[in-house]
Design a protein around this ligand. Structure first.
Ligand SMILES: Cc1ncc(COP(=O)(O)O)c(C=O)c1O
Length: 414
């Protein structure tokens, strides 16, 4: 069989929607400056799909520092991997500042969240080890786990009994193989907005011998009194052995980091393959990340505004009968009854007739048979935008219930 022929016939779980969805539901082009109002197909929409939690993407001070750093350094500096020719005092300074902020002994920068955490997981494990992980973990964690021939024991999402059961099995397996146990979960699950059960997992360290890696992509900057994440929020940051986050959300940039004990981070510096064999993070991103971190630390009003908007949006949706599941973070899912085809008609109606842009999430990003519209409130949304959105949701929900979308969806074939 010709591999390309196979690809032509089997487009993949998301690719099979491409002819219907490309450019609209998938790969849409949002234009204009990042913010709560952007243009889609030439018209202004209220946007709920960008993880610009703190509104830093377009903050004038951030834009100024980004521009000045680009002017001073360009995108090339430093050239080479950090181990070879790409080390600078600025990279080291950013790592120290991040370590102080997230209360870890040492931090290592990663060029990207996805490749970074994959590679960290790869470096931590070998075939003797056992990995115990939440079934709803992000794709990057799954891909990291797939890189090693270790034993894999998934537990039901946020289910402490299922976790304990898998830990009992993991203990037996690790004793037999002479390996260790790594537990991986998330601070905030990015699709459904639920915080991971970090505190409960950490409490079981008395009973089981394991190390805990937490991906806090959606918690960093949004959770905790001072904003250093879900470990702070739940009062268990010390029990998180390796704390990971990306710059792609609250920090509105590119890059990521992992923090932990000095020894372990030093090991990672010499063993994380996606960093050893890849060019160092360009200087404007490093300087820009320092500025963002400073704003996270010293401008708490951004987080306060974010939560004011989160609470207003979530309260408004619940009061109007919407199911937002068990979110206890900023991510606001709205669960609907209906087929995927109906949901696409609804989203189109929302965009064309109410000027609301939100994302439709389907399998395999979430489990089969479930449809959700995901809203990401930010610090820079206004009360008016929240009210307009809730009113729009009320109207489309009536149409969905009355079967209007079902009729329109009949012509959709995938
Ligand atoms: C939970 C989680 N981990 C990791 C990543 C990947 O981060 P990056 O965009 O920096 O590659 C994401 C981004 O979508 C995420 O949501």
């Amino acid at each position: 069989m010709d591999i390309f022929q196979k690809l032509r016939e089997e487009r993949g779980p998301l690719g099979k929607w491409a002819s219907y969805a490309h450019g609209y539901f998938m790969f849409p082009k949002l234009e204009g400056e990042i913010g709560p109002r952007m243009k889609f197909q030439g018209e202004e929409k209220i946007v709920w799909s960008v993880n610009n939690y703190l509104g830093l993407a377009n903050h004038p001070e951030i834009r100024k520092v980004d521009a000045e750093a680009a002017k001073e350094w360009g995108l090339a500096t430093p050239m080479g991997a950090r181990m070879m020719t790409g080390e600078t005092k600025y990279h080291e300074q950013l790592e120290r500042e991040l370590a102080d902020f997230v209360k870890k002994e040492e931090v290592m920068l990663l060029n990207f969240g996805y490749q970074g955490i994959m590679s960290v997981i790869d470096a931590l494990l070998d075939r003797h080890d056992v990995v115990v992980y939440d079934k709803d973990n992000h794709a990057c964690i799954y891909d990291g786990i797939r890189m090693q021939l270790c034993k894999r024991l998934p537990f039901e999402h946020n289910d402490i009994q299922s976790f304990e059961k898998q830990m009992e099995k993991a203990q037996v397996l690790a004793e037999k193989s002479g390996g260790g146990i790594l537990v991986i979960t998330e601070g905030v699950f990015g699709m459904r907005g639920e915080q991971g059960i970090l505190k409960e997992i950490v409490a079981l360290k008395d009973r089981f011998n394991f190390r805990l890696l937490v991906d806090d992509a959606h918690g960093f900057g949004t959770q905790g009194e001072t904003g250093y994440g879900t470990g702070e929020e739940q009062g268990c940051q010390d029990g998180i052995d390796l704390y990971f986050s990306t710059f792609a959300k609250s920090m509105a940039s590119i890059g990521a980091f992992v923090g932990g004990e000095k020894d372990v981070i030093e090991y990672l510096r010499y063993n994380v393959r996606s960093q050893i064999f890849a060019k160092s993070l360009p200087m404007p991103l490093v300087i820009g990340a320092m500025k963002r971190l400073e704003m996270l630390r010293t401008n708490p009003e951004h987080k306060a505004n974010l939560w004011k908007n989160v609470n207003m949006l979530q309260k408004g949706l619940v009061e109007n009968g919407f199911d937002i599941g068990k979110t206890n973070a900023c991510v606001t899912p709205v669960y609907m009854d209906g087929t995927v085809a109906e949901a696409t008609v609804l989203v189109r109606d929302m965009r064309e007739n109410y000027n609301i842009f939100c994302s439709l999430v389907i399998y395999p990003v979430i489990p089969k048979g479930m449809i959700l519209l995901r809203l990401i409130p930010t610090a820079v949304h206004t009360e008016e935008e929240i009210n307009i959105t809730i009113e729009a949701f009320k109207e489309v929900a009536v149409k969905l219930k009355s079967g209007v979308y079902k009729k329109m969806a009949e012509s959709i074939t995938v």
